[in-house]
Ligand binder design. Sequence first.
Ligand SMILES: [Zn+2]
Length: 331
Amino acid sequence: MRVISRSLLFAAIFPVCVVAQNTNPKPEPVLDVHVHAMDADFPGIAPMCPNTSKFIASDPKGKEEPFGWIKEPCTPALYPAAKGEYMKDVLAEMERLNVTAVVFGDPKSVQKWKDAAPNRVIPGTAFSAGITPGQRVPLDELRKDFTSGGFRVMGEIGLQYEGLSPSDMSVDQYFALAEELDIPVAIHMGTGGSGRANITVPKFRGSMGNPLLIEDLLARHPKLRVQVMHAGYPMIEEALTLLQANSHVYVDVAGLIWSYPIKEVNRYIERLVEGGFEDRVMFGTDQLIWPKLMAYSISIIQNADYLTTEQKRDILYNNAARFLRLDGATK
Ligand SMILES: [Zn+2]
């Protein structure tokens, strides 16, 4: 959707007036469709370099690191929050950057975020109980979360980490519930290799992140609205094929936008847009650990010279507003 915002129009007509009055204008709104309700401390974690340039090999004979990203100096390095400050810091960043976010996690953790920032948090939760693969939240409990608990999105659904396809029949009842209640679902697809999945997450399967694995699920639930998290990165052909076949499917660029080499990241987003899907690419951070990650990720979209101003607004706000059916339409 291409809309000239009122403020832009105003600026075009009364430029001098705007400059004089708005010395520190509020940034245009951003919707981040992929934030995690973390509130843990991360003592001793080294600063993180986003868009690391490569993965390095390792040898099973020696001690192998849990991540394969090369360690290299960078600007800016992103620092974890001080002890006990993470949620507060991220919410302050959201206020500063004018961000509203879909925040995922177990209901209790998400509620804490919602209570702290009721106007900036859209709550999301899913059916994994704890971190042990295969443990599920009872269906009735999840139904309550969405009918009376105020939850708006079912996610993050991380079946790929269990080596399962999103079309696996063992979880079909949850997707049937989402279709029945008209709740969008957000499914992790694609990323997660981290260069060492073979060592740290033995059930993870890259192949289970193939976006086309969602097709059978969509055939069984034709009204289901799906957010393909991480845009199925790096499987661009499969992501485009799914988008071409199913108009209820959107993608988010969370995680991938800061995790992989910058040239590759921009090429991937450009392919999605040039493939004709500028209306279905949503901004997301995968916000965790480092409070400045959100601002950094937004800057990647804002600095993308292959996107028009309208396309940037669509990715940063309008597409998600349409997907989530937020009031207020486009901004
Ligand atoms: Zn994910």
